[in-house]
Write a protein that binds this ligand. Structure first.
Ligand SMILES: Nc1nc2c(c(=O)[nH]1)N[C@H]1C(S)=C(S)[C@@H](COP(=O)(O)O)O[C@H]1N2
Ligand SMILES: [Mo]
Length: 151
């Protein structure tokens, strides 16, 4: 299974879990950020900056927002400043994820645990049009206006 990464400036790529983790400058133990959840993860922003360096066209600023979409069409849009400790979990007990395959986003100290999106297959980096509040929910089931008022 591949994960599609779409960047408004750099373009897009389809990456395997192995390709994604290979681009990460270091791997971390998720438990150091999310007490009680064991597994191997990589820091989102570290990954983003390393990945940017590998691109021909690079953004001249940091993203304003990241959106992720899952296999089941659950999605979340999260302001960049809420993602300071965000990480992607990709392995538990040395095995691919049983729950959350191929990768799962965790947003420690985020506005909601609902942002810990399982089975992420699409990651988008947006540089403009940032909303201050994170939103989440199933695609096409709720309007963006309604999402804004969910907690
Ligand atoms: N793909 C996907 N990720 C998801 C959800 C979902 O329905 N689909 N639910 C979210 C919500 S609302 C919560 S509260 C947490 C629940 O995480 P848990 O299954 O580990 O308890 O996952 C989040 N991630
Ligand atoms: Mo939730």
């Amino acid at each position: 299974m591949k994960i599609r990464v779409v960047d408004e400036v750099s373009g897009q790529a389809e990456l395997t879990i192995e390709e994604m983790t290979a681009a990460a400058p270091r791997l971390i133990s998720l438990e150091t950020r999310v007490p009680g959840v064991q597994g191997a993860a990589f820091d989102l922003k570290e990954w983003y900056f390393a990945w940017q360096k590998m691109q021909q066209h690079r953004a001249d600023r940091e993203p304003a927002r990241m959106t992720v979409e899952a296999v089941d069409e659950f999605q979340a849009a999260i302001p960049w400043k809420e993602l300071g400790e965000a990480a992607f979990l990709y392995e538990q007990n040395g095995e691919p994820l049983v729950k959350g395959f191929p990768i799962r986003l965790y947003v420690p100290n985020g506005s909601s645990e609902c942002l810990n999106v399982k089975s992420v297959v699409l990651i988008r980096f947006h540089y403009t049009d940032s909303s201050e509040e994170a939103t989440y929910g199933f695609k096409n089931q709720i309007t963006l206006e309604e999402l804004k008022y969910r907690k």
